[in-house]
Design a protein around this ligand. Structure first.
Ligand code: GUN
Length: 291
């Protein structure tokens, strides 16, 4: 069993990005600048956004964190987005999800300038991705593809089962892995909460991407020997034995599944760090696009 080490791989990627930034600096070119908007005080979102900003510093990017209160109105948020769209120094920005209930997420995502949409969530960019045109790929699926590529996990002709149909992970992952591309050419099945006989389907999978958001959902009896497991889940589970009162659990029961897996991502230290690295890569790309 080989651990797909997202922490190490993301550090390799960050080193590569830092070299590209240093080169830009020496050539007198613009330094990439990423902004992140966080609305409210959701613990997990705050952790993610802070770690995105910290990673910017690590590779030499400029970064801006816009922290808005929980009761921010939709209009106020749309105004902030408009300012970032117009700000010539900002190459790319993200609005951390989920948003408070008074704000229409779709309206917000559509307000982002597609050229600065480094999350790849704007319908124009989703459309381009679907048509296999150059665009910003959503960071989590992009990170998974990079991990599979760097560990030379064969995807061509393989049975891939994606569990979960979210707009951020499951849906784009299923599209990308079925495309005619380097990490792709797979036979993809997307399963979800209405799927019947889920176990029969996962047992036939060569690669499983678990992205449903249910702690330790996938167990050893649901997979075949040699399977490659990508665990996207990261749920806080109450655990009084921990100082912070919780532990982080993936969508995969690592204990039983790792006994059968050929390759497996850990939680934490698997997909999570890759997502951040790919966001940085998209920001570098956004900056280069403006040269
Ligand atoms: N919330 C969970 N994942 C993501 C992500 O990749 N981008 C943003 N903006 N919000 C998220």
């Amino acid at each position: 069993m080989v651990i797909l080490d997202g922490k190490k791989t993301s550090n390799d990627l960050k080193d590569e990005i830092a070299i590209a930034v240093a080169k830009r600096r020496s050539e007198g070119k613009k330094i990439p600048h990423l902004a992140a908007i966080l609305v409210g005080t959701d613990g997990a979102s705050m952790t993610y956004v802070n770690s995105k900003v910290k990673s910017c510093e690590k590779v030499g990017f400029n970064s801006t964190l816009i922290d808005l209160p929980e009761d921010t109105t939709e209009d106020q948020l749309l105004n902030e987005i408009d300012d970032l769209n117009k700000d010539n120094d900002i190459d790319g920005f993200i609005v951390q999800l989920p948003l408070p209930k008074q704000i229409d997420e779709q309206k917000v995502l559509m307000a982002v300038d597609p050229n600065k949409d480094v999350d790849g969530f704007h319908p124009v960019n989703v459309g381009k991705m679907t048509l296999d045109l150059p665009t910003f790929l959503p960071a989590t699926p992009y990170g998974i593809m990079e991990l599979l590529k760097r560990y030379k996990v064969e995807t061509s002709g393989k049975n891939v089962v994606v569990i979960g149909r979210s707009h951020i992970v499951g849906r784009p992952m299923s599209i990308l892995l079925s495309q005619k591309r380097d990490v792709g050419n797979a036979t993809v099945t997307l399963v979800h909460s209405r799927t019947k006989n889920l176990e029969e389907i996962t047992k036939e999978a060569d690669i499983i991407v678990a992205a449903l958001g249910k702690a330790e959902f996938l167990t050893g009896d649901m997979v075949k020997d040699g399977v490659t497991i990508i665990d996207v889940g990261i749920t806080r589970v109450k655990d009084d034995s921990k100082k912070r009162g919780y532990r982080l659990a993936g969508d995969v029961d690592f204990e039983s599944v790792s006994k059968k897996a050929g390759f497996i991502t850990p939680v934490p230290g698997g997909v999570g760090p890759m997502t951040i690295a790919m966001l940085l890569k998209n920001t570098l790309l956004a900056c280069e696009n403006r040269d």
